[in-house]
Design a protein. Structure first.
Length: 135
């Protein structure tokens, strides 16, 4: 929270935090601290990768699978909401590839989840498109 204050003192208008495929207790802490620090956006990236931060086996196979982790995120956000505490905008990431998965992600976190974070799948599609154009 001191880092958030420091960033705001430097003039940052928006502060975001991106997590990895955290254990439940670590996710609970990230949500609570994000609330207390009143950050603007918390991205929760589950196993399966998604934002492209760590495109290697660890992000694909370690940690909590998306539906379990994102369900816990909803539970934690709901508890904060019920207590009248601040909830930052939430983004989900981790294994989202198709349109229906995006809608399911938004639904599982409604009304707290505001967006779905993706990187690998659109980047892969764009790369293949560029390669096909060049060939």
């Amino acid at each position: 929270m001191s880092r958030v204050k420091e960033l705001r003192d430097y003039g940052a208008k928006h502060v975001f935090l991106k997590t990895g495929a955290y254990r439940p207790s670590d996710l609970a802490r990230a949500v609570k601290f994000s609330s207390k620090a009143e950050i603007d956006l918390l991205t929760v990236d589950a196993a399966g990768g998604g934002t492209g931060m760590s495109p290697w086996r660890m992000m694909n196979e370690w940690g909590m699978p998306p539906v379990e982790l994102h369900s816990l995120l909803y539970t934690y956000a709901k508890k904060l909401s019920d207590n009248g505490e601040y909830i930052p905008a939430l983004a989900l990431a981790g294994g989202f590839t198709f349109e229906d998965q995006i809608f399911k992600g938004l639904a599982i976190g409604a009304p707290f989840v505001k967006l779905i974070g993706m990187a690998r799948s659109p980047i892969a599609a764009a790369a293949l498109s560029v390669a096909a154009t060049i060939a």
